[in-house]
Design a protein around this ligand. Structure first.
Ligand SMILES: [Zn+2]
Length: 255
């Protein structure tokens, strides 16, 4: 049982119970940390050796360090130097508790899986995915849980180039429940300053809207979540925005 019902979603032990690694796991983690430091992987790199992110490691990281590690992970991915993940070992190491460093809001696009393109492992980040990476009450609630209850320190909203949801919003597509979702992107279409052709066929415009959509979504998160805004103003978390380029494989952090 966990200390609160919200915390019970995280673990199967009391939240107040000290968590300590057994000797074998500790030695593994120590060796992994040394190796990670040697190879410049950062803390996320420790999962290369089968260990999941520990509470002590996560708590020692600043939001800026977490963002820096995400950037390093993307560099490894786009240069073909990914960490050799042992997912089964990560699953076992994280089975009794999770200490993710960030919560990511990204699109459902099959070409933009956040963990893969930033070379992250099991237990490293929460990942909310919805077409067009828009915020809604459920997404905000998930982020509040991730940061306030579970201790994540970064809220990352990540859009991507050639986004079908953005194209749909530009074209004002009407289709079942998709209509309402695309309406949430419409403010970004309207707010995008662009001198050229404002159509879904112009990918420069599509990508400009996607970037504006990330900016507006971060603003909406601040406006609509007093919980997250308070954590941010107190320095406990940092909000960041990024665009993933499906052609170059680069994640560009621009906020
Ligand atoms: Zn998309």
């Amino acid at each position: 049982m966990c200390a609160t019902s919200a915390q019970s979603l995280l673990c199967d032990k009391p939240a107040s119970e000290p968590r300590h690694l057994d000797r074998r796991a500790f030695l593994k983690t120590s060796a992994a940390t040394s190796a990670a430091a040697f190879f410049g992987f950062g803390f996320f790199g420790t999962v290369a050796y089968g260990a999941a992110l520990t509470q002590a490691q996560r708590d020692a990281m600043t939001p800026d360090q977490i963002i820096a590690d995400m950037k390093k992970g993307n560099k490894r991915f786009r240069t073909g130097a990914e960490t050799p993940h042992n997912y089964l070992a990560q699953q076992r190491a994280s089975a009794k508790g999770q200490y993710p460093a960030a919560v990511i809001l990204s699109c459902i696009d099959s070409r933009a899986p956040a963990e893969t393109i930033m070379d992250l492992g099991i237990g490293d980040v929460f990942n909310a995915r919805v077409a067009g990476n828009v915020a809604n009450d459920d997404i905000l609630g998930s982020m509040e849980f991730a940061c306030k209850v579970a201790g994540a320190k970064v809220v990352l909203v990540m859009g991507h180039t050639s986004c079908g949801a953005i194209k749909g919003a530009i074209d004002k597509v009407q289709l079942g429940n998709l209509t309402g979702l695309l309406l949430k992107i419409q403010p970004a279409v309207d707010a995008t300053s662009y001198a050229g052709e404002r159509s879904a066929k112009n990918y420069d415009f599509v990508d400009a809207v996607a970037r504006k959509n990330v900016e507006l979504t971060i603003g909406e998160i601040r406006d609509r979540s007093a919980v997250l805004a308070e954590l941010e103003s107190g320095g406990a978390i940092k909000m960041a925005g990024a665009m993933y380029n499906v052609k170059t494989a680069a994640v560009d952090f621009f906020i």
